[in-house]
Write a protein that binds this ligand. Sequence first.
Ligand SMILES: *Cc1c(COP(=O)(O)O)cnc(C)c1O
Length: 347
Amino acid sequence: MKKIYFDHSATTPVDEKVIEVMIHFLREGYGNASSFESDNMAILGAARELSVKGKHIITSQLEHHAVLHTCQQLEKEGFKITYIKPDQFGMIQPQDVAKAITNETILISIMHANNEVGTINPINEIGEIAQEKKVLFHTDAVQSFGKLPINLAKFPVDMLTMSGHKIYGPKGTGILYVRQGIKLKQVLFGGAHEKNRRPGTENIPGIIGLAKAVEICSKSAAEEDKIKALRDKFYQNIINKIPRVRLNGHPENRLAGLLNLTFEGIEGEALLLSLDLKGVAASSGSACTSGAVEPSHVLLSMGVKPEFAQSSIRFSLGRSNTMEDVEYTSEILVEIVERLRQMSPFG
Ligand SMILES: *Cc1c(COP(=O)(O)O)cnc(C)c1O
């Protein structure tokens, strides 16, 4: 039967060409874009809801800008923020969190795993401290979700953020998990979607894509072992052939794919450019700050010297990588590092 649609003011059918570019976008267009909504909603929403109880928030110096910039906004609104300094491996010590708690503390936000060095924080211990002191606890699990086992029945967090495009899903999608009974002040206005939590018609293709991406992650736990083996081989190749290389981040307690290295005497940006010319994409600092010349705030917070921070790059391995990638890249790195060190005045 022929269908007649007379409701174009409510919504319009998606044009075939639009569907085509979306499919193409999902397949080919996986460069970075950003949507800080989940971290924003969690932190702004909780802080503003609880501001009658107190105005103190605890976070860390090596959070993603999604969290740090949100906290800076709250400082402008009169909140006091304590930024915990990590140890030399980029790990937040639970006792430092415990010490920072005051009667005024309403929220703790500490990331699960760091996006630049991969270090995994002791979320269980920090969560227990938060529970004991009856302080709300949020974790940015964007990097760990789908990679580390997270069982929300046991994981002592009140709120958790993840992002679709970090787990092979579509950009602009994510999940903010909020434990039952927790109220957040509305952050964005102009609609009553998702039980009045946010405006904007839901991004259904995005949500479907996100659900599929989560489902795939839940079935591919073995991938992480494979990725870790590649990463470790890559690191061994590099330190066997290239002198004066330092590993940033925790030697064991870090994400399987992460390898953040300092090549002493070389500008990280120059190294990235040379790699790019050979078809290898890596990054310096976090993707969100590359282009800016300041050294990574994460490495500085760990006590890495500024000149070493400037000489650091991040390789993050994933499902698409193979042993050939590792062998090829370690070989060209040897040549590139040698050449750049010869050119450098302090090489
Ligand atoms: C990428 C990232 C974000 C931001 O997620 P987007 O969806 O890109 O906005 C937040 N936190 C961490 C740790 C990240 O790696």
